[in-house]
Design a binder for this molecule. Sequence first.
Ligand code: SF4
Ligand code: SF4
Length: 362
Amino acid sequence: MDHRATLSDRCDLNDLQEIALRINHECNLNCAMCGQKNFHRDKEPGYIKNQLTANDVRGLIAGRPELAGKWLYIMGGEPFLNPDLFEIICCVKKLRMLCCVNTNGTFLSHRVDEFLATGIDVVMVSIDGLEKDHDSFRGKQGAFAAAVEGIRAIQNRRRLRPVVFINCIVTESNVDHLCDVAEFFTGLHVNRVNFILPLFLTMKTGRMQQRIMKEHFGFDTQFWKWFVHEPPRFETGVLRAQIASVQQRFATCRFNPDPSSIDLEAFFVHPERSFREGREETCRVPWRVLEVLANGDVTTCRDLNDFVVGNIRRESLDAIWNGKLMREYRAYIAAKGLFPICNRCCQRDGYQTEESRAYVVR
Ligand code: SF4
Ligand code: SF4
């Protein structure tokens, strides 16, 4: 069945499943693959200092009981550098939304009791392998030790909540020993370990995206330039063996996208092909998720941060959700299918918060 036939450019706010807030841009780490850093350098001076306040978040969600049970996903930069982080979580929990924070983990142990008292539901900690690999990939000695200490601090205090996930990007450095990584992470007794196959965007794909955005929306997108990475040089045989071994030994480990649903060889060798080629060729994210940046700008998706369709400091949620540009973007997907940048976007394979629902709603 072609799911596109059922998609309309308008969308009821009740269908919104997640509000994703990039509450600040600044970060204490210096990751090799971080496109955000370069994007900020290209913006006007001071852009990187933008941050959402608790008042911004209150203005967006307060008095909206229909958002209860929906997700509010917090990311950065590093969200713990935003002084309003705990107040934002309290405000979200007051509305009985589910709240998830994505962090590099280095500040987790600092004010752990205060953090847990906010009622946070899910903590996602990004750790890309064992100590040497992680510290080198993230550009800071001690980043691994601090994140592990933070997870242990939570585990020592929590009861059922928060649920703790580790997100680990599969890289050229860790691909041949994912089993060792999984063994260490599962030893921390986290609820789930997500191994994420590397996202990459080639120059060719980026230019195709730029052309389409110009033709259909009159917009000259530049954001992709900061995320251009050539596909990693993996031995797919090695990756396949490690995946099989991890899946056999560790029930709490997952891979994203699901390796059983993709052609692994084509995934790395043919970036111009969608990783779900031949199957469902659409994405529901613009009908399900609202993406907000640290200056209040709203964008259609996380991989298109410069295509701004509204601003929460100037417009209401309803006005943005069914505003002209948001509808045009949905209409494009409904009529033509995916964009070139969607080829390796794993958002459409299930935004992570939705996958978390089973862990927190029992
Ligand atoms: S932790 Fe995240 S925001 Fe910070 S440098 Fe790394 S990728 Fe960028
Ligand atoms: S697949 Fe990713 S980039 Fe494409 S529309 Fe969906 S969220 Fe946006």
